[in-house]
Design a protein around this ligand. Sequence first.
Ligand code: F6R
Length: 611
Amino acid sequence: MCGIVGYCGPRKAMPVLIQGLRQLEYRGYDSSGVAFLQGDSINVVKKQGKLVNLENALPSRAASTIGIAHTRWATHGGVSDENAHPHLSGNGKVAVVHNGIIDNFVDLRRELQDKGYEFKSETDSEVLAHLIDYYLDGTRGPEEAVSAALDRIEGTYGIIVLFKDDSELLIGARNGSPLIVGVGEKEMILASDATAFIGLSRQAIFLDDGEMAVISPREYRTVNRHQQEIQKPVEEVDIEAAEAMKGEYEHFLIKEIMEQPDAVSRAMGEGGRLLKDFGTAKLGGLNLEKRDFFDINRIHILAMGTGYYAGMVGAGMIENLARIPVQVFDASEYRVSNPIVQRDTLYLAISQSGETADTIMAVKEVQNKGGRVLGIVNVVGSTLARLTEGGVYTHAGPEKSVASTKAFTSQSTVLALMALLLGRMRDVPVRRGKELVDALLELPNKIHRTLGLRDRIRELAKKYKDYQSILYMARGNQYAIALEGALKLKEISYIHAEGFSSGGLKHGPLALISEDMPSVFIAMDGETLEKDINNIQEVRARKGPTLVVTDSDDPRLEDVSDDLLRIPKTDEVLSPILTVVPMQLFAYYVALELGREIDQPRNLAKSVTVE
Ligand code: F6R
């Protein structure tokens, strides 16, 4: 996973690199490091742990105007200073930062060791520094040497290379891991993600797989795998510095939870993606002709983690409104299951980052078999956004906290728009369509009201924080929210949590219930409330503490629950977009009470760019 950044220009490189790393820390935070030219040598400083450790170790006056930097999520080799990047070639001529995995590194390492190269780390990445150095043999220049080295690499990479003997040159290359060139006024920056350019440049060139960028302060060149020069468009990237900052909040997570009314509104194009008079939605980016919609007999959704649960929510909405069968797949499993790709199936990939390797590989598998994939992606210009044949941006704004919240509600909102659009093209009458449009437009306000429960949820968090394990239960279209609620809690509080269908309770999980095992129930008004109340009672009868989230006024809920949270009513189809909010707040406040590293939970990273 990892984040990489490189700078060359008139400014001092160090503050630019550190600011870039701060923005990229969401990609991994096991260690970080920088390499910069000082006099006629490359200096490397690298430290395990959070970025602040590196900052404390940096020389106070580093005047260098060129350098590269890295923030790591460990794959090969433990978390240590030695395994931190950048890696330097033995003679100090080449420094490399790498994001990705080199599959054939064991063979390459052995080959280089036989040639006399000494390795200082256990990483796969170090082979790159030595290999480039090896090819920098006097007959090849830096560009040819990098190219020759990359020809030997099997696996994925986004790399940036710094050379001791060229004080104005950086070379970047990509294969499977993102790399973007930021073009400034007499300065250039390379990074895994355009947020690293904030305040420097809005002009970006997105490298594709197999491409290399050769940059110096005043110029850049892009070349393909055969070292032929290629022209790439310079695109405007729209990143608001303020959106990527914590502002008044203690953590990004609570900021992002609180931003959901706006994020959901943006997912609806502030209303512009809805056609009120026709009771339908308008999603231009899908690139589908009207008649294409009629040919869709089935939908397969591919995603991971929270995106997968949003997919489950969307599947319910589409099946309910459009009566098209939808299956949601864990993308990592889909890819290895030799999927049956069919012409009348619409494939949807959901991803906040647009860089999730498992989802990307599943999409490529579908595309290789002739399938057409649309994306629901948040990060503009990300790999998935570019790979898919069309799609919808969620426009949730930067999501920095590792635990995904506003991306989920925005993805679910976009899926609701899709369900409405497909439904209106099939059986949903205009009257029902208009009802849904109204309900969608009221959602931001209802999310806002649900967020008003946060003080009460904070109190509940104090009560529940010391349990070892918590179960989440719901049925129907809320089942996905039970799973998402459990995921949120475990990833940021480290309390074990599992989601089950309320109906499944008696088929096994009930054995877990005791006074030490609380259950969070989502029990919504409607046909299944009766059954939910029975399930809650079954837990109660076995002394299990119960926390119930509902939109119902049924007084029996007061009796059967230890704690009750009432949220506003919305259209039943949209209700998962509301019920998830108390789940997010509960996880946040439990983690806060436990003093966890909320935005950067242990062992995780925001973008999972390795399979
Ligand atoms: C959970 C979480 C992860 C991501 C998953 C997919 O809070 O953040 O489960 O949802 O890694 O990431 P994207 O959406 O970037 O593809």
